[in-house]
Design a protein around this ligand. Structure first.
Ligand code: SAH
Length: 365
């Protein structure tokens, strides 16, 4: 936190170089001009303190002790104000805070998502039970103070788990999702769908990824680990057709709606495991010219990578938020006759350790 931004970028550049140098030259990291208040998703855990009442913020490292989050320099300011308001309303509505040790109490987390370009705001109240006292009046009181909130969702998480969201979402106000504009397209985002947290840098990330793919109007494209379809939809205008594959069913529903909303007809989405789908594609001999892959922190897996090599796309663009698993997966791909052409870190997370990296690979034979 105390390192000047330029030094943070230099440290991240060094980290990526150390891990990926053996695959090719690492281009200079793309940093942010204004690296503060960039997070469009703000999540606070709630806990009860005998001394001060409801506290909310982040967990202390390696624990579930909640450290009060006040005036965070990374989170969207408006979202922080809304969470403070929610905390201040709890006593008058007799809303209790969940206690992880005893399993008693109601409110566990608050998650806020704000569409930076649309201004739409989604408040997700994560509760241990659907029996939320006077929920309509609570929403009314909250919206009176923050009329800019466009939807409020009650998410039910009754399990003893570290997962933030449960499976059930009950819209209390508005449509139950927000939309945001990214790369000229409109995207619907549901509570549990993945959406990049730094929209300014996301546009740069996708622009770079698509430039590196050198798409032509004849290309058939696979967008693996596609989330709500953002990369594939952005690429769809530059190629023949796109198939997106994604494990999270809610995200796939968002993706299909997003294709319709934007009038994109050359894209389809498959719900399922990317490795299973790639294996099926390889077995059926389906031609793929270009693969975009953007797996979670744990990286891809052998099933996906080996099938990818079998389907032999001409170009692969790997977008990764973890250079360690990226290096592991690149080892396999480069053994499988792919060569890295460009490696480009993009700083999606200023003032945090994480660094995003795009690697473009080309088939060598
Ligand atoms: N490309 C998207 C999402 C990237 S995040 C974007 O830029 O917004 C990674 C995505 O991979 C998440 O949506 C997650 O649900 C999905 N995912 C995780 N494991 C998967 C698997 N085995 N098969 C397919 N998708 C998976």
């Amino acid at each position: 936190m105390h390192l000047p931004y330029e030094e943070q970028l230099a440290a991240k550049q060094k980290k990526v170089q150390k891990l990926l140098n053996s695959f090719g030259k690492v281009s200079p990291v793309i940093g942010m001009e204004d690296p503060l208040y960039y997070r469009n998703k703000v999540h606070h855990a709630f806990a009860w303190s005998k001394r001060t009442g409801a506290v909310h913020g982040s967990y202390q490292e390696d624990s579930h002790k909640v450290v009060m989050g006040k005036d965070c320099l990374l989170e969207d300011k408006k979202s922080q104000q809304i969470i403070d308001t929610i905390a201040s309303l709890l006593p008058s509505f007799r809303i209790t805070v969940y206690n992880e040790d005893t399993g008693f109490g109601l409110l566990r987390h608050v998650l806020i998502r704000r569409g930076f370009s649309t201004g739409e705001i989604m408040v997700v109240l994560v509760a241990a039970s659907p029996l939320f006292p006077s929920k309509n009046n609570f929403v009314k009181a909250l919206r009176k103070i923050h009329p800019e909130i466009t939807t409020v969702v009650l998410n039910i998480n009754s399990k003893r788990t570290s997962m933030v969201l449960g499976e059930r979402n009950i819209p209390l106000y508005g449509p139950g999702f927000i939309t945001d504009l990214l790369c000229g397209k409109r995207f619907r985002i549901s509570p549990s769908s993945f959406y990049q947290v730094n929209p300014v840098q996301t546009e740069r990330l996708y622009a770079e990824a698509i430039r590196m793919a050198e798409l032509t109007p004849e290309d058939t494209v696979l967008d693996a680990y596609c989330g709500i379809g953002t990369i594939g939809m952005t690429a769809s205008g530059f190629c023949k057709e796109v198939t997106g594959v994604e494990l999270n069913a809610a995200a796939v529903r968002d993706a299909r709606t997003n294709a319709k909303t934007n009038g994109v007809r050359n894209i389809r989405f498959i719900a399922g495991d990317a490795g299973d789908y790639m294996e099926q594609r390889a077995a059926e001999g389906i031609v793929t010219n270009v693969v975009f892959m953007d797996p979670p922190r744990s990286g891809s897996d052998e099933k996906f990578l080996r099938s990818l090599i079998r389907t032999a796309p001409d170009r692969v663009v790997y977008v990764s938020c973890n250079p360690e698993t990226l290096a592991r997966d690149l080892k396999l791909l480069t053994k499988g006759k792919y060569k890295a052409r460009e490696i480009r870190p993009v700083d999606m997370f200023p003032f945090c350790d994480d660094i995003e990296t795009i690697v473009s690979l080309k088939k060598t034979t």
